[in-house]
Write a protein that binds this ligand. Sequence first.
Ligand SMILES: Nc1ncnc2c1ncn2[C@@H]1O[C@H](COP(=O)(O)OP(=O)(O)OP(=O)(O)O)[C@@H](O)[C@H]1O
Length: 262
Amino acid sequence: MVRNALSQTILEVKGITKRFGGVEALRGVSFKVNKGEVVGLLGDNGAGKSTLVRCISGIHPPDEGDILIADKPVRFNSPMDARNAGVETVFQDLAIVPEFDVVQNLYLNREIRSSNPLLRWIGWLDTKAMTKRSQKSLNRLNSRIPSLSEKIINLSGGQRQAVAIARAVSWGAEVVIMDEPTAALGVEQSAQVNELIKLISSQGVAVVLISHNMQHVMDTCDRAVVLYQGRCSADVAIADVDKNDLVSLITGASGLQLAESA
Ligand SMILES: Nc1ncnc2c1ncn2[C@@H]1O[C@H](COP(=O)(O)OP(=O)(O)OP(=O)(O)O)[C@@H](O)[C@H]1O
């Protein structure tokens, strides 16, 4: 289990409320994530997890509340704003192009143009620089991807996740949000993704992990924040709970003393 969390808050969500017409999807949700910490974001279907992630990643503007990055309030009007502030989200579809190779996917929409002014003018890309930096990013993650020129379509689910995670951290993300990263993976590939999560957290990157798999949460997270009907109902250290406690917190059946949102 990751135990390297530094006590410096990198992400704070303060009183976030989000309504869709008459549906109040989030009702004053607050929690903090420290640098290098892995926080599980748990909750039953419809509890508000995806809505919260969309607010933090610049897709939905919250109706009320604040998001702070390293103690500074931020307002994201687009996913690019969130990215520029160091928040990357790896959605379930991974947003990778199967027909493109690893380097093309790592630099998708952020290609490096040639330094030669003429070539730059005609849109020529600096593939050498992109390949070199891609290798560096993947080395940082002890990647098992066979070749940078491999098309994504030929990679396993775990390797695709690794490319998506590498892309997130290679752009200097300080917070990586992952939506069910192991949902479609087998045991071995899930274990590899877990290793990757531990590795990036050991490098100081904070991870917010949506998962319905309690074993995954127990194995990977330092803390769990539980949403129940749009509210933050618990904020617990994983060391203080077991899988059954988490299930009880998620279903609202818990007799545990619920922690105040940090
Ligand atoms: N775009 C939308 N328009 C209307 N209602 C929405 C919208 N998005 C989410 N909701 C509602 O907000 C509530 C929270 O949904 P959300 O998808 O955030 O939950 P979740 O915890 O991610 O669920 P799941 O685990 O099933 O993905 C639900 O009642 C849902 O129907």
